[in-house]
Design a protein around this ligand. Structure first.
Ligand code: UDX
Length: 457
């Protein structure tokens, strides 16, 4: 990285590297800030939550994301990333990325309060006419950039801002890689503003620059929703076929998914049948899309079916446990995996929440284990369930085990361990991580998503 000499207040850099600011250091903002700091930008990260800010300042990530803590500590240490709750320190920045959360309200519409607040702050800080571009990355309904963001920027200052909408497609668990190597970059905005942002990305991502798609605000906003809706649709589709496969002797969704995925028109990703999709984005964005669509007078039947399929899918282990054990009251059920997917500690809309709530409601004694999400789970379930310190002890004396998240460390548990530790070796493989034949041969009663009953010729 090129040499940096900071003045006393660490706000000016002697290099002519780009200064950018990132408002909101959540999962998207912090990864974006660290990624561009590593690529040679001088980044000012603005975060209003004092606790989170202090943690980041010490070089600790407030959430689990593989590789992030190392990069964060490095960029904080070398001064390429400065984090603050004082927005005025970012007035130098030519490009202001806005990455604040846009959660859904109870009626499914999108809460833009944080976005509005940050935009007013950015506009009020504006004191000169040097070119500045505000880049909104937060997911917002189509029309928001033109009809809400732009007027706020114009209302608060007489100076003109450039404005782009630039959706983010980072996945939790591989966010650093995704930030470094995006599949494509979508920029919505007026041609002159988009050209400035495109130039920034060219500098940052050469020689791995992906396709840049320059379009208007509305298309860029809709692309984000359509993208997530399509991913969720693929998962709900394969889970629907899995439900059919479960009723066909000798059928196996894995073989079916592998084969249809080889059709290039379909593609192999997002065809893993399991306990459905969760997380901070897909559920919220699909709900927001339904609300938007209805408001526009269009009946979003397909998206509603995708959501409903997912709602049922997450509850499937409860039915399977009841069928295997009878009444669940007093039965000890081990749950392996809590995070909504591996490599994250995020429990938002995780299948585990729905499964565990169902088990607890039916009086089961639930014991759980997850490599990184136990702390988050304690905040949700407190002492309603038991927390094991590793996967093997989680299985001790269990009447049934449900695999909810496909962490690698669960894949390597040999069937003998289930047989030795559990009271009854009943395994519900919600993510298809085990070899059915091997488990059945070991004497395990295996119920697996998308696996039909085995019937010999
Ligand atoms: C998603 C989008 O992928 C990303 O582009 C956007 O920026 C944020 O939302 P993320 O929430 O990290 O990313 O999760 P993702 O990897 O998309 O998985 C979503 C859910 O689908 C998870 O619960 C996962 O377990 C499930 N899934 C995914 C399946 O059940 N089967 C699959 O084949 C793929």
């Amino acid at each position: 990285m090129s040499c940096r000499v900071w003045t006393a207040d660490r706000c000016r850099c002697s290099t002519n590297l780009e200064t950018i600011s990132v408002y909101g250091l959540g999962r998207v903002g912090l990864v974006t800030a660290v990624c561009y700091a590593k690529k040679g930008c001088r980044v000012i990260g603005i975060e209003s939550d004092q606790l989170r800010l202090e943690q980041i300042r010490r070089g600790n990530s407030p959430f689990y994301e593989p590789g992030l803590t190392n990069c964060l500590a490095e960029t904080i240490k070398d001064g390429s990333l400065v984090v603050t709750n004082t927005p005025s320190l970012s007035s130098e920045a030519k490009i202001c990325f806005v990455t604040v959360g846009t959660p859904n309200t109870s009626d499914g519409s999108v809460n833009l309060n944080d976005l509005r607040r940050v935009l007013s702050t950015i506009a009020m800080l504006r004191q000169d006419d040097r070119r500045r571009i505000v880049v909104v990355k937060s997911t917002v309904p189509p029309g928001t950039t033109r009809h809400i963001v732009k007027p706020i920027l114009e209302r608060e200052t007489r100076h003109r801002f450039g404005l782009c909408y630039n959706p983010e497609f980072l996945r939790e668990g591989s966010a650093i890689h995704d930030a470094e190597f995006p599949d494509r970059i979508i920029i919505g905005g007026e041609p002159l503003d988009s050209a400035v942002l495109a130039e920034f990305y060219k500098k940052m991502h050469e020689p791995n620059l992906p396709k840049l798609i320059l379009t208007n605000y509305e298309n860029a906003e809709l692309i984000k929703y359509a993208n997530n809706a399509f991913l969720a649709t693929k998962v709900s589709f394969i889970n629907c076929i899995a439900g059919i496969a479960e009723r066909i002797p000798n059928a196996d969704i894995k073989t079916v998914a592998d084969a249809i995925g080889l059709d290039q028109r379909i593609g192999s990703s997002f065809l893993n049948a399991g306990l459905g999709w969760g997380g901070s984005c897909l559920p919220k964005d699909l709900q927001a899309l339904v609300t938007l669509s209805k408001r526009l007078g269009h009946d979003p039947k397909l998206i509603e079916a995708v959501i409903e399929t997912n709602r049922e899918q997450r509850l499937k282990p409860l039915g399977a446990a009841r069928r295997a054990l009878g009444a669940l009251k007093g039965k000890r059920v081990a749950v392996l995996g809590l995070a909504f997917k591996p490599n994250t500690d995020d429990l938002r809309e995780a299948a585990s929440i729905f499964v565990i709530r169902g088990l607890v409601n039916e009086g089961a004694d639930v014991v759980v284990y997850d490599p990184v999400a136990l702390q988050a789970a304690r905040l949700v379930f407190d002492n309603a369930i038991e927390y094991a310190s590793n996967a093997q002890t989680c299985l001790d004396r269990a009447d049934c085990c449900i695999v909810v998240t496909e962490w690698d460390e669960f894949r390597s548990i040999p069937p003998a361990v289930f047989v030795e530790r559990m009271r009854r070796p009943i395994v519900i493989d919600g993510r298809r991580i085990y070899d059915a034949n091997e488990f059945i041969r070991a004497g395990i009663q295996l119920v697996a998503v998308g696996l039909g009953p085995s019937v010999p010729d």
